[in-house]
Design a protein around this ligand. Structure first.
Ligand code: PLP
Length: 393
């Protein structure tokens, strides 16, 4: 199906081969292993002399379909699906780094990524340094003799800071470093890190790729030789994505483009509404001209995405009252759902950071993160407006 060049068409039409039942929708392969035709075939499969499924921890048709689609959409040579976004993050790092290596990481990253770096990697003598997103001129001086990888999230969660991928791609080439980008907030529909030389692209498929709050999953995409190394790691450590979750995620990709268009449209309207609201102190959204990196966001992102953050007047106390006053929207820790979700990062997703660390990564105590859903924008705005007025003390 490589003949299709449009994102939507690939996402909808790229499928694994039909069985003799002539099904229109891809069947679910709930099988833990596959049978061999004969002893010679079994030997050849295990020796990697021929391609084919052996055991679902290694590969499965549903898993391959999801990965192949993701490779076409991100523009990468190869990929690997994992049981969660965190197993994708962990595999991409631990499958490559060894004791004594150093990794440079953008400040801030997802909470559990922070825990891997600070609590687990010291056990294996893997070092890391956080680089300040607002001071790119400093990054080069943080690269050490043993630095092997740069790992970033852009836009960052929840500060929505943007990292210049073109600049970072050049820096990685200059120092011969592996550039890994967590592209979770954008999906390949809004941002293609491969265009700037990213070696590995990581997703929590739980978020926009599923997009309907049903399954947990992850995927790593990138250059053939790196994925080969990671596949070895995953095959023997076992963070494989289940056939069922792979099937759900493959189906979800069929609506990814249209969902990202609508998430972005709703989020832009919401951000504009909040920016003009008398009870709101500040709003951040990549495609609002008031975003400090508006030009950069416009350059590397197709649309602004679904995440908006804001600070209601009255700080932390007002933020809490706002969350309790919400009626329609879900108060939850997920994002990227059809349903609009409000989150208070300081007391939930980023509660493991110290007050000082939160300040450094732009999480003010009262900051509210909104994952704008696909409900009618007027209803989302109505709920937020009502909650803002009902939380005035
Ligand atoms: C949610 C998230 C993860 C972790 O993904 P899980 O699927 O929850 O394991 C990693 N990175 C980012 C940016 C995320 O938002």
């Amino acid at each position: 199906m490589e003949e299709f060049e449009h994102f939507e068409t690939i996402a909808i039409r790229k499928q694994i081969n039909r069985t003799e039942n002539r099904e229109h929708s891809v069947p679910l392969y709930l099988t833990s292993s596959f049978v061999f035709d004969d002893a010679e075939q079994a030997r050849a499969l295990f020796a990697d002399e021929i391609a084919g499924n052996i055991y679902t921890r290694f590969s499965n048709p549903n898993n391959s379909e999801f990965v192949e689609k993701m490779c076409l959409l991100e523009g990468t040579e190869d990929g690997l699906a994992t049981a969660s976004g965190m197993s994708a993050v962990f595999t991409s790092m631990a499958g490559i780094l060894k004791s004594g290596d150093h990794i440079l990481v953008s400040r801030s990253v997802f909470g559990s990524t922070h825990q891997i770096l600070t609590q687990l990697f010291p056990k294996w003598n893997i070092e890391f340094t956080y680089a300040d997103i607002s001071r790119p001129e400093k990054w080069e001086s943080l690269i050490k003799r043993n630095t092997k990888m740069i790992f970033v999230e852009t836009p960052s969660n929840p500060a929505l800071d943007i990292i210049d991928l073109e600049w970072l791609g050049k820096l990685s080439v200059k120092h011969k470093l592996i550039l890994a980008v967590d592209n979770c907030f954008c999906t390949p529909y809004l941002q293609k890190p491969i265009l700037y030389g990213a070696d590995l692209i990581i997703h929590s498929a739980t978020k926009y790729i599923d997009g309907q709050g049903r399954v947990v999953g992850g995927v790593i995409l990138g250059k053939k030789e790196l994925i080969k190394e990671l596949r070895f790691f995953a095959r023997h450590t076992g963070p494989s994505l289940s056939p069922f979750n792979s099937w759900v995620l493959s189906k979800s990709l069929e609506t990814l483009a249209i969902r990202m268009e609508k998430h972005s449209e709703n989020a832009y309207k919401l951000a504009t509404f909040l920016e003009n609201h008398s009870q709101v102190e500040k709003v951040k959204y990549p495609f609002l001209p008031s975003h400090p990196q508006y030009e950069l966001a416009r350059k590397q992102m197709k649309l602004g995405g679904g995440i908006v953050t804001f600070l209601a007047k009255g700080g932390l106390e007002r933020g809490k009252k706002f969350l309790n006053a919400v009626e329609m929207m879900s108060h939850s820790a997920n994002l990227g759902d059809t349903r609009t979700i409000v989150t208070h990062p300081a007391s939930t997703t980023h509660s493991k950071l110290t007050e000082e660390e939160r300040k450094m990564v732009g999480i003010e105590p009262g900051l509210i993160r909104i994952s704008t859903g696909l409900e009618h924008i007027d209803d989302i705005i109505k709920d937020i407006d009502r909650a803002l007025y009902n939380s005035i003390s």
